[in-house]
Design a protein around this ligand. Structure first.
Ligand SMILES: Cc1ncc(COP(=O)(O)O)c(C=O)c1O
Length: 390
């Protein structure tokens, strides 16, 4: 990876320290170029004609995403965001009253709300595996719950929104296969920064968004759907004319590939933009990105941990490029104003986003930095210096 070229391709990084790829990252400039070129053609020809002419380019989205995840293009469905992809997967599980969902204490807020909504409407029961003292999921407890409750679905977030914890999704996948449980992984914060290999994870569904570590446009995401799901004819509850053919007045026939999980209408300019962002990442290589990021985040975590009064909150034996911290005896808005003045871009996670985790950590807020491979060592040093001065 050539950091000089990467930064040249990232127009937004020249005048600020951008540490918010877990929120919505800076796209490479070719993403916007491809999208605006596509939109200009739509202006001249209309959306339908343009999509026909540029079908091969649209198809690249499926090919590049399949390459990223180590699957076939037929296993990929485009979605409008991660939550949309996740909801379609969840709606395909044939829950009955009294069925169980097994999840973790660290799963994403909207996923937890969806489980509770299923509980409210359909009487689906929700159980969560314990954490070990170090923050990892307690895999023994997890397996005991699988044996005891025989859940219909296991749902795990690979990296939570509010901490650097990386869940052991591969071991969980093995347990799910052993006990024959549907397995849904939220990889929203891991795609683009970690090697996410669906064959190794052995999941049935995996959802992600475009705008975070993948550096794609907003309003994009995707869903991986396994061959087993497709062969078992699981289908989203609100399947539409893209996902199925209406073959007689009272019958429809679902598509045999993951397009079963898509809706007919999308903004193809965003599909093209996401395809380009994923192509860009694939060209550099996720392994290269991961290796670079590992050094960057180690420097940041070590630097912040050594500042007195700064409490780095991330737990887990494996941690990725989300760093959360709290400064005791400092007002949040004071810290925010200083970071703003220094042009350091960041996010704030609040207790409501992570009721269980922040309850245990006993904080109401945390500053979240999420460095990515266009950031430099110098930027990390400057950030540590700014935080030290607070
Ligand atoms: C772990 C995780 N899952 C899902 C989501 C939702 O993604 P989206 O806003 O694209 O639906 C987020 C967003 O922050 C996230 O961090």
């Amino acid at each position: 990876m050539n950091i000089i070229d990467v930064r040249k391709d990232t127009i937004g990084c020249s005048d600020k320290i951008f540490l918010n790829s877990a929120g919505s990252s800076l796209p490479p400039k070719t993403v916007l170029e491809k999208m605006s070129d596509y939109l200009q053609q739509e202006e001249l020809l209309g959306g339908y004609e343009t999509a026909k002419i540029r079908a091969d380019e649209i198809d690249l989205f499926y090919k590049e995403t399949a390459k990223l995840l180590n699957c076939k293009p037929a296993n990929i469905a485009f979605a409008y965001n991660a939550t949309d992809a996740y909801a379609r997967a969840l709606s395909a599980i044939p829950f009955k009253n009294g069925d169980y969902i097994l999840t973790t204490n660290d799963d994403y807020i909207s996923n937890q709300i969806s489980f509770l909504s299923l509980q409210k409407r359909f009487g689906v029961q929700l159980i969560r595996a314990n954490n070990l003292e170090n923050g990892d999921i307690d895999l023994m407890h997890f397996e005991e719950l699988v044996k005891q409750y025989n859940p219909l679905l296991v749902a795990v977030t690979h990296i939570p929104t509010n901490s650097g914890l990386v869940q052991d999704v591969e071991t969980i996948g093995k347990i799910c296969k052993q006990y024959d449980v549907w397995y849904l992984v939220d990889a929203c914060q891991s795609v683009g920064q970690l090697i996410v290999d669906v064959e190794k994870i052995d999941c049935d569904f995996l959802s992600a968004t475009g705008r975070k570590f993948l550096r794609g446009p907003r309003g994009t995401g995707f869903l991986f759907v396994s061959d087993e799901v497709l062969q078992n004819k699981l289908e989203p509850l609100f399947i539409d004319m893209r996902g199925a053919d209406w073959i007689s007045a009272n019958e429809y026939e679902m598509q045999m590939d993951a397009k079963r999980f898509e809706m007919w209408e999308f903004s193809y300019a965003t599909v093209i933009g996401l395809a380009e962002a994923i192509r860009y990442a694939n060209e550099i290589g996720i392994k290269e990105i991961y290796e670079y990021n590992k050094q960057l985040v180690k420097k940041l975590r070590n630097g912040l941990s050594s500042i007195s009064g700064v409490r780095v909150l991330d737990k887990g034996s494996v941690q990725a490029n989300i760093v959360t911290f709290h400064i005791d005896n400092k007002a949040l808005n004071e810290i925010q104003n200083i970071l703003k003045k220094e042009k350091i871009y960041f996010s704030v996670s609040i207790r409501q986003n992570a009721i269980i985790d922040f309850g245990k950590k006993n904080v109401d807020w945390a500053i979240r930095f999420s460095p990515h491979y266009f950031n430099t060592d110098q930027e990390i040093e400057k950030t540590i210096e700014v935080i030290s001065s607070i």
